[in-house]
Design a protein around this ligand. Structure first.
Ligand code: SAM
Length: 224
């Protein structure tokens, strides 16, 4: 199961205004465009923003900004997506980010948050450079209680699935997951051999390729 494959099963993306918040490399922004959405890719990191601007097709609007101060107009979006990005928003401003979601969503607009669990072979390797147990646990707790009686978001559904990412070798993993973040690079330099050993142990080698797996939950809400 992929993020967009699942999203399409709960929401018709055609011609909808969709923002991909914490777009990263833009892989999912591109898939949203291919599904017929009108996409805005929002990313906090200026270097990633520059790469997104040079790599993505001009139909995708690339915006530098943060979830807690979205560079989007009031009531302008049909759908907001957070793919593995909500737990990166600092905990002290996550409430602000949810308020921003309400501000920019159209009435009846949707919020789709996919969060990784703090387990799985991908987590087992990544935790050696950055242990996200606390932030991931916190994000799932927020999503679980977002649909409270009288609250602004009504839960439409929660689906658990496993995202499998191909990593042909350790170098690819390093470039995609570790070296993109200066803080992770520093930790990596001190533990290279242990991290490589854990990677080799965790890698699922199949006839279709080598994968690390990340179980996750997709939470889908409607603005009340
Ligand atoms: C784990 S990456 C996920 C990237 C992409 N969504 C994916 O699934 O491949 C998290 C992304 O969120 C971005 N990010 C971190 N804090 C953010 C914030 N406050 N607002 C918006 N984006 C943020 C990071 O720069 C990073 O690109």
């Amino acid at each position: 199961m992929g993020h967009i494959e699942h999203l399409q099963s709960v929401f018709d993306l055609k011609k909808k205004a969709v923002a991909d918040i914490g777009a990263g490399t833009g892989a999912f922004s591109l898939q949203l465009l291919e599904c017929g959405a009108r996409v805005s890719a929002v990313e906090i990191d200026p270097e990633k923003v520059a790469r997104l601007m040079s790599k993505l097709p001009p139909e995708i609007r690339v915006l530098q900004g943060r979830a807690e101060a979205l560079p989007l107009a009031d009531r302008s979006q049909d759908l907001l997506c957070f793919f593995f990005s909500f737990h990166h928003v600092p905990m002290q401003v996550q409430d602000l980010a949810l308020e921003e979601n309400l501000r920019v969503l159209k009435p009846e607009g949707r919020l789709h948050v996919v969060e990784p669990f703090p387990y799985g072979s991908m987590f087992d390797v990544v935790r050696m450079v950055e242990d996200e147990t606390e932030v991931r646990t916190n994000s799932h707790a927020i999503m679980e209680r977002l649909d409270q009686a009288g609250g602004a978001f009504e839960a439409v559904g929660k689906t658990e699935y496993t995202l499998s990412r191909p990593y042909p070798d350790f170098e690819t993993f390093l470039k995609q997951v570790v070296l993109v973040d200066p803080a992770r690079s520093r930790v990596f330099e001190e533990n290279r051999s242990a991290i490589e050993k854990r990677f080799e142990e965790a890698l699922d080698r199949t006839p279709e390729g080598c994968f690390l797996h990340q179980p996750c939950a997709a939470y889908h809400f409607r603005k009340r």
